[in-house]
Design a protein around this ligand. Structure first.
Ligand SMILES: Nc1ncnc2c1ncn2[C@@H]1O[C@H](COP(=O)(O)OP(=O)(O)OP(=O)(O)O)[C@@H](O)[C@H]1O
Length: 245
């Protein structure tokens, strides 16, 4: 299997002693990999390390065969990211914002900007200023920016936060379509476990800064009623029937 991302013993400790330790993970071409884990487990830290937003204390990152951060630009050229709430230039329209993003990618033409605005459902409001957008609309714009250059790998941190039901369905369809039509790979951190169950072929659970378990969704579903059940058992969370109010 063709490995597009590999981390070995990736570690980062913040001043408060929290962070991640020794995360070793491989992503294969075509994977839709879901990262699960409780609040504060280290998912965002892991994604930030991979995309060069923060530097590791220890460990290695290889993206499309390029060692990071030494060959950052080469490694990131096929990667689209949406990590934490994006800061937008409020005074720009969605169209102008994507034109700005497109300057980093010589291959992106204006037709592609219209195409992604349509894909994420913002075409009708593309000429309105971003300051008038809702949280979900901004989230959609961040997704549009992430997929604009038709990356081979898209890294998304809690992408459905703030999306309404229609937006969530759009997001799921978009990922499935990009995966099926272009073979795009995805690494997605999310608490929406039902969403991940429908989307992902693989999942990993991060707990306390460690990658606790990984598995293929089809195999996990053979042994467990649902991904949620697997997660509850793995974290030894109280079951609904036994849980005290
Ligand atoms: N810049 C920072 N400085 C200090 N501590 C941080 C920083 N960023 C994250 N942390 C801590 O590192 C740990 C991991 O945080 P991280 O944001 O990676 O978790 P997460 O799994 O993405 O959580 P969530 O699901 O709540 O988004 C947490 O305990 C958090 O408080």
């Amino acid at each position: 299997m063709h490995i597009i991302l590999e981390t070995t013993n990736l570690s980062k400790e913040y001043d408060n002693k929290r962070g991640i330790q020794d995360i070793t993970l491989q992503l294969h071409a075509g994977d839709i990999y879901g990262l699960l884990g409780p609040n504060g487990a280290g998912k965002t830290t892991f994604l930030k390390l991979i995309t060069g937003l923060i530097r590791p204390d220890r460990g290695t990152i290889t993206l499309f065969n390029y060692k990071m951060p030494e060959y950052f630009e080469a490694g990131m050229q096929h990667v689209g990211t949406m990590i934490e709430s994006a800061d937008f230039y409020d005074f720009l329209t969605a169209n102008q914002y994507l034109e700005l993003v497109a300057r980093f990618y010589p291959t992106v033409v204006s037709k592609r900007i219209e195409e992604v605005l349509d894909l994420v459902g913002l075409f009708q409001v593309r000429k309105e200023k971003i300051k008038g957008y809702s949280t979900g609309m901004k989230q959609k714009l961040a997704l549009a920016a992430a997929i604009l250059p038709q990356p081979k790998l898209v890294i998304l941190d809690e992408p459905t936060n703030g999306l309404d039901i229609e937006g969530t369905v759009m997001f799921r369809k978009l990922i499935k379509r990009m995966s099926a039509e272009m073979g795009t790979s995805f690494l997605i951190s999310s608490h929406m476990i039902h969403e991940l169950e429908q989307l992902c072929n693989r999942v990993g659970i991060v707990v306390g800064g460690h990658l606790r378990r990984e598995g293929y969704v089809t195999e996990l579903l053979e042994e467990n009623q649902s991904l949620e059940q697997f997660y509850i058992d793995e974290l030894q969370l109280p079951k609904e029937d036994n849980a005290s109010a």
